[in-house]
Design a protein around this ligand. Structure first.
Ligand code: GLC
Length: 544
């Protein structure tokens, strides 16, 4: 199997809790997920990213882990997990899992032991101080919920460091004992058949905090992880959450010896600015700012994830523009920097606009990462707190709880959206399966063509000059494959002249579009596009 499978993959992220409940207790589980594999295979997904499913008091949606080497019993057992990974492999679907090493839950036995006993080896698993430092607010993530980075612990009689919520003490990653524990975690899950990890909060892990200081280069930690996982399994990957300026991306990739993939938060932000401005220019700017990855590295491109849509990579003014367009009410915004809505309602459920956005996702350089429910246009529930608004259960059918659970209870821990334009009575998988024109069927086709046009994933890209700022045109090349994608960000039809060389313009065959267009006129290089129209062309297979 190729070590570089991630270069042309389609990743689908989901939380076991909200996907499919097989035992009827109102909580999704591994058995339900295993049953849903036919669906995921039909959609064309090639890798599933599982959000944390480990034992946890669940104060941060599972990102507060109390045991790294187990499955939370509400989702099933390790046996059910292995059954799922095995079944996924039968379908050709890989599994990657969340790896949260920056912090544990306060409930983790390591922390419980550490706070009680300064002589125990677990004490140095965390970061302690007797006195709160003068600057105790260096890196606050959840401004409204955190009073600084240092929290007093009554039992220890000391302050411990936390980057995120105060129930998530940071691990002292510089401690060799902690590094050994990390190796057990990696080895354990790799042995159970997974293809890698989505690493949480990576830049935060590599910072010096209090007395926890890296000796020498902090990125050596990533090199050690990479070499360790590849010794276990040579196709295993690290996909890192690194929400920083693009100039720093190279620091995390290293010389092809650190992480293989990074989420492209920068491009994500500029996609929203482009949608808000109805112009292709912000994306062209972002692409120019981001270094092109080497052949062994890859960016994970995405539209939405399980968190707030964090717009910190934009300027204040640009962020305000996006807020104005897509989150005009205060309740739609969160943490002073983001939006707690899903894409479909942000775009007013405008099908053409949604298609444009995903056509863009599938054709931009990188590997697309989808979020469950996006393929049917699921919405958000703004009556729920914080990021829960975008974490409602999967909408399978018109039945009670949207077909997610057979539970007879009215209230289940994670609700489904019942009413309104995005409720399960209007938007669900089974309705869309039967409708050839549905978003779900469109998504299947889009994924299939995307995988065929492998130069989007593997290749270099080139921006094509046009006479219309509303339009983004880019060409991707890899080996002898060439694909051109043209997107109209405006809600009005247009004509655009593309500055293509003769070589580039010859033998282009249209392979994907929002409608049937008259063929591209090579002599004029003028292309027609409908409102929010998009067209992909591939150099004819005769010439590949
Ligand atoms: C990451 C996760 C987020 C979580 C945080 C703390 O940013 O994506 O959901 O709250 O880490 O673990």
């Amino acid at each position: 199997m190729s070590k570089y499978w991630y270069k042309n993959a389609v990743i689908y992220s989901l939380h076991v809790e909200s996907f499919m409940d097989a035992d009827g207790d109102g909580i999704g589980d591994f058995k339900g997920l295993t049953r849903s594999l036919d669906y995921l295979a039909g959609l064309g997904v090639s890798c599933v990213w599982l959000l944390p499913f480990f034992p946890s008091p669940n104060r941060d949606h599972g990102y507060d882990i109390s045991d790294y080497l187990n499955v939370d019993q509400k989702f099933g057992t390790l046996g059910h997990f292995v059954e799922f990974v095995d079944a996924a492999e039968e379908y050709g679907i890989r599994v990657i899992i969340d790896l949260v090493l920056n912090h544990t839950s306060v409930d983790h036995p390591w922390f419980q032991e550490a706070r009680k006993n300064k002589n125990s080896k677990y004490y140095n698993y965390y970061i302690w101080l007797d006195e709160k430092p003068a600057n105790s607010h260096e890196d606050i993530i959840f401004a409204h919920h955190q009073d600084g980075n240092w929290e007093y612990d009554e039992v220890a009689g000391q302050y411990f460091y936390h980057t995120f919520y105060q129930h998530q003490p940071d691990l002292n990653i510089t401690n060799p004992d902690v590094q050994e524990e990390i190796r057990y975690i990696l080895q354990f899950w790799l042995k159970l058949g997974i293809s890698g990890f989505r690493m949480d909060a990576v830049p935060h892990m590599l910072r010096n905090k209090g007395k926890s200081k890296f000796k020498g280069d902090p990125f050596k930690f990533l090199r050690d992880l990479r070499s360790f996982i590849q010794d276990q399994r040579n196709d295993a990957i690290l996909l890192a959450e690194v929400d920083t300026e693009p100039e720093k991306y190279e620091d995390f990739f290293g010389q092809g010896d650190q992480v293989q993939m990074l989420f492209n938060f920068y491009l994500n932000n500029y996609i929203y600015l482009a949608l808000a401005r109805k112009s292709g220019k912000p994306i062209a700017k972002a692409l120019k700012d981001i270094p092109q990855t080497s052949i062994k590295e890859q960016m994970g491109t995405f539209i939405r994830n399980h968190d707030e849509l964090d717009l910190e990579r934009l300027t204040k003014k640009e962020r305000e523009e996006v807020f104005k367009a897509f989150a005009p009410e205060p309740n739609m915004q969160i943490y002073g920097r983001g939006i707690r809505r899903r894409l479909a309602p942000m775009l007013g459920n405008n099908r053409a606009w949604i298609e444009l956005t995903y056509s863009l996702l599938f054709s931009l350089p990188g590997t697309p990462v989808l979020r469950y429910g996006d393929e049917i246009g699921m919405g958000d529930d703004l009556s729920l707190e914080e990021r829960n608004s975008v974490r409602t259960t999967m909408q399978w059918s018109m039945e009670n709880h949207g077909g997610f659970s057979a539970s007879k209870k009215q209230d289940i821990p994670l609700p489904a959206i019942k009413d309104g334009k995005n409720g399960y009575k209007k938007i669900n998988v089974h309705d869309q399966m039967r409708n050839p024109k549905s978003l779900l069927n469109w998504m299947e086709r889009a994924i299939s063509v995307r995988k065929e046009c492998r130069e989007f994933g593997w290749g270099d890209y080139e921006l094509i000059k046009t006479n219309n700022d509303r339009v983004l045109a880019h060409f991707c090349h890899w080996q002898n494959g060439h694909t051109l994608a043209v997107h109209n960000f405006n809600n009005k039809a247009c004509e655009v002249k593309l500055r293509l060389t003769k070589d580039q313009a010859d033998h282009l065959i249209e392979c994907f579009a929002d409608r049937r267009y008259t063929p591209f006129d090579v002599s004029t290089r003028i292309l027609k596009l409908g409102p929010f129209g998009y067209r992909w062309f591939r150099r004819s297979s005769l010439f590949l």
